[in-house]
Design a protein around this ligand. Structure first.
Ligand code: SF4
Length: 340
């Protein structure tokens, strides 16, 4: 049955796939490069958000060697606003290795792929399937949901192992690329977490979920709330910034000094963790919310007087007129705008 199931998915995908910029290519090298950029950009980010960034990035760096030769500041500038900036740095490093050692293509060996910066198990399997048409399926949230429904796989400690077993039975010798993308496309267009559109689904006949009206719907991840303080401090025409080393989504970017807080916190105690000497201004605190892919940040902006003392080497002043020239995350821009 599984071979037939794969054929149905592939046939449906070929007819109904969305037209996405990384799905068309001029030749094998162009295909490798587009799949590589899209897989990096799509980590933790929705397709609709990625499309304009992908187009802009590809226009600026049309192939692996142009990306490899670019300065990291120019790469980060194209990535500005997409978040999780570590991805841009890793993509840049990977492009240098591909340019030097792999003739500006992707290796067709999964272990060589996994040795490249920023490529883990999922991305390596997805690249092997999509770019190299090899018999692999990367298991992300969408793929998990679709396959667990088709085969009625219970969410227990063997969940992933049982999905992997089913994947082995589905693999085809040709069109592995369309099979992987077809499963992802069904997950994106039809098999939504809350209301799967089984009537339109090409594999309804084979899907155990669609025969069980009371079947357990795999719960979508609950969005967690996390609390932060951001500190806004002005000195003449300058603002205090920090070079972020703690938060993944801002890794190695600059931001207002930011600290995560617990529910029962003391503002003075928390502020002491960053500054040796400070005075809190009377300015009323401002709150902003900001959504990251898997959590919601609730940030309180605290205003401090500029007579502070710190010996944190990650803190530095930036002239207000020069801020626009810096590479800033959307969060940082939002915080500066809200603080003024
Ligand atoms: S039949 Fe319904 S539950 Fe099964 S894969 Fe299709 S959309 Fe998802």
């Amino acid at each position: 049955m599984s071979q037939l199931l794969s054929k149905k998915i592939i046939a449906w995908y070929q007819k109904h796939k969305r037209s996405l910029p990384w799905r068309t290519h001029r030749n094998a090298k162009d295909r490798d490069y587009k799949v590589l950029i899209s897989e990096f950009m799509l980590q933790q980010t929705k397709v609709s958000t990625v499309i304009p960034y992908f187009n802009k990035f590809y226009k600026k760096f049309p192939n692996i060697s142009s990306l490899a030769k670019a300065r990291i500041t120019s790469v980060l500038k194209q990535w500005e606003g997409l978040g999780y900036y570590r991805r841009a740095r890793n993509l840049h490093l990977t492009s240098k290795i591909l340019n030097k050692d792999f003739d500006s293509s992707l290796p067709a060996d999964i272990n060589q792929l996994k040795n490249l910066p920023g490529i883990g198990d999922y991305t390596a399997s997805a690249i092997m399937a999509i770019a190299k048409n090899k018999s692999f399926i990367g298991i992300d949230g969408n793929v998990k949901r679709v396959l667990s429904r088709i085969f009625a796989i219970q969410q227990n400690k063997d969940f992933i192992k049982n999905i992997e077993k089913k994947i082995i039975t589905m693999k085809v010798s040709k069109n592995c690329s369309d099979l992987m993308q077809g499963i992802m496309e069904i997950g994106a267009l039809l098999c939504s977490p809350k209301k799967p559109d089984c009537q339109k689904c090409p594999i309804q006949k084979y899907c155990k979920f669609s025969f069980r009206p009371n079947a357990e719907i795999i719960p979508s991840r609950k969005i967690k709330e996390k609390y932060f303080y951001a500190f806004f401090i002005e000195k003449k025409n300058q603002i205090l910034f920090s070079y972020n080393k703690s938060f993944n989504f801002l890794k190695e970017m600059i931001n207002l000094p930011l600290v995560e807080i617990e529910k029962n916190h003391s503002l003075t105690k928390i502020t002491k963790t960053l500054f040796d000497k400070f005075e809190i201004k009377n300015t009323p605190l401002k709150k902003i919310n900001y959504n990251i892919s898997n959590f919601k940040m609730i940030i309180t902006i605290v205003y401090l007087k500029n007579n502070l003392k710190f010996n944190n080497q990650n803190f530095f002043w930036i002239d207000k007129k020069k801020i626009k020239q810096k590479i800033l995350s959307v969060l940082t821009k939002k915080l500066i705008e809200a603080s003024n």
